[in-house]
Design a protein around this ligand. Sequence first.
Ligand code: HEM
Length: 143
Amino acid sequence: MDTILSLHSRLAYVVLIVLVLAVLNAFWGVFGNRSFGTKDLRLSLFGLIFSHIQLLLGIITYFVSPYFSAWESGMGAVMKDATLRLFLVEHPTTNILAIVLITMGWSLHKKAANDRKKFFRIAIFYTLGTLLLISRIPWAQWP
Ligand code: HEM
């Protein structure tokens, strides 16, 4: 159980760093008018893969976390407590939405007609996803 929690906690560094790099690289592509090469593809793909692994780990973390048993006290009790609401409701739902956006960005970049559009779609969707993730990180206890 501790292994899963600590993996989820550590992988968060990797996910955030790779996503920020992918976002910066995509904006550099849009404004620098570069062609979309193998390195650009790999960086965006790593962002996608790491966030998906983190999603799976997050789902397992949810059920093994000590917070989970708080549901026994009912929905009202969870929603009234800011910490419980963050871990049991806001962090999971926002992060799932963030990863949906990142996945959409990845799929849409593949359908883009030119390199500038590829960078643009990655830039927009990955930025939105990353901002959502950052907005619901439990900063009070991490890092
Ligand atoms: C890319 C997406 C995600 C990132 C970057 C992320 C990041 C984090 C971080 C940094 C923590 C704090 C770890 C610590 O205290 O050391 C955490 C805790 C937690 N995460 Fe996530 N998370 C993500 C997705 C998810 C998802 C999708 C779920 C559930 C479906 C989830 C469930 C949890 C739970 C329950 C905790 C609290 C664990 C505990 O302290 O008992 N996470 N997450």
